[in-house]
Design a binder for this molecule. Sequence first.
Ligand code: SF4
Length: 482
Amino acid sequence: MHPTSHRFEENAHRALNDERLQRALTGATGRFVSHRAHAVSERPDFEALREQGRAIKQEALDRLPQLLEEFEEQVVARGGRVHWARDAEEANQHVLRIAKNENVRVIVKSKSMATEEIHLNDALKEGGLEVVETDLGEYILQLDDDYPSHIIAPAVHKTKEQVAEIFERELHETNPPGAGIPGLNAIARRSLRSKFLVADMGISGANFAVAQTGNIVIVENEGNAALCTSLPRIHVAVVGIEKIVPRFDDLQVLLKLLGRSATGQRLTSYTNFLTGVAGEGEEGPQQFHVILLDNGRSRIYDDDVLYGSLRCIRCGACLNACPVYKKAGGHSYGWVYAGPIGAIITPQYLGLEQAPALPYASSLCGACFEVCPVKIEIPHMLLELRNQVVEGSTQASRLPAKRPILEALSFKLFSLAARMPGLWNFATRLGRWALRAKACGGQVPNVELPMLKNWTRDRDLAAPAQQSFREQWAARRGDAQP
Ligand code: SF4
């Protein structure tokens, strides 16, 4: 996929006019939000858990170099191998080399955002290998030549009718009338089962990598990751370096947070703890390779403010809570990571000049921070990135001056008025008078002023009160009018 993050506004407009997409988004994000709320309400100690989760991930970041080496030692001690990848190219080359050396032909894959990030499937296909996604959502997207729009529900933008069309077109299988989603599942299962049996290599990501034991941990609901990592003779895990946690016991906290925050489950249906290669008489892979992926993470690590975004455990809760994501959908963000966390990390990975609109794709309402299980200060980071956009557009033209002239002028006038009480009072009285004169039934319809036109086209604007708060306050205290 070619990133289109620089066209966020255009992408979002298209999404807003897509009724099918709007229905799919409203249904899915609404379900995620209510399931999460229910699961969280069962744990009166959820705030304490969040604090513990934040502390564990923070400790992992603070000790990252040492923990990565410890992880490597433990993987090697259990018969595995660790490959270090500075960028996407190196990571893909590692996987291709292993595949070539071992005469691999067919690869099954479980869901992994890290492999999306490095476009591993394209590299494998170019290398002449057959690669099949086995997570249902990812499989649908692979058949439709599409890419994920949500961290944990990659095909959230597709309705079941669209999926039925894709299966009919690509697999020549028709979902029987009345079979609904179970019928679609059955079609996918039939098609995928044979691939698991012939695959030479399974590729996965990881939710956590434990330094103390060399485990990688994968949570899932479909069982496909368990099959991908146990049936083929070779298992390759592509793991971002920020997935490291110090101790096995830390998983007690992180797994409780992840399931509840992601899907509203106490635990997902399967939690896979994978350790090294199969021993004598055991079933499982004969080779276990971990690709430790940097690909821009070290750059984030060096940033005093954005550093904390590496605590992310990719639960997706901030996407479901975000009023912008809920309407714009994941593809508007134009790359692999969407929503509030995508708005922070995409500009880091692609370069801020490739995604200058993303830090503005937020109302800064703080809902993302409220639900984040590891307390990432998302609004604060978005403000920092906005600052970098402005700095970049005014200094040495690193970034194009993206803010419209009218908007820049409005803020200049606002800044002037805010420093001159007389001008402020005059302007706000005038504005109040004009809006009240246009109001009808307590609402101001379609204001034809440039800054308000777009706002009032789709929303009600309540008519302002006759007196401002300051006037009412002064009247109550018996002060002179401001
Ligand atoms: S930023 Fe927080 S809420 Fe968003 S995906 Fe990451 S861990 Fe989840």
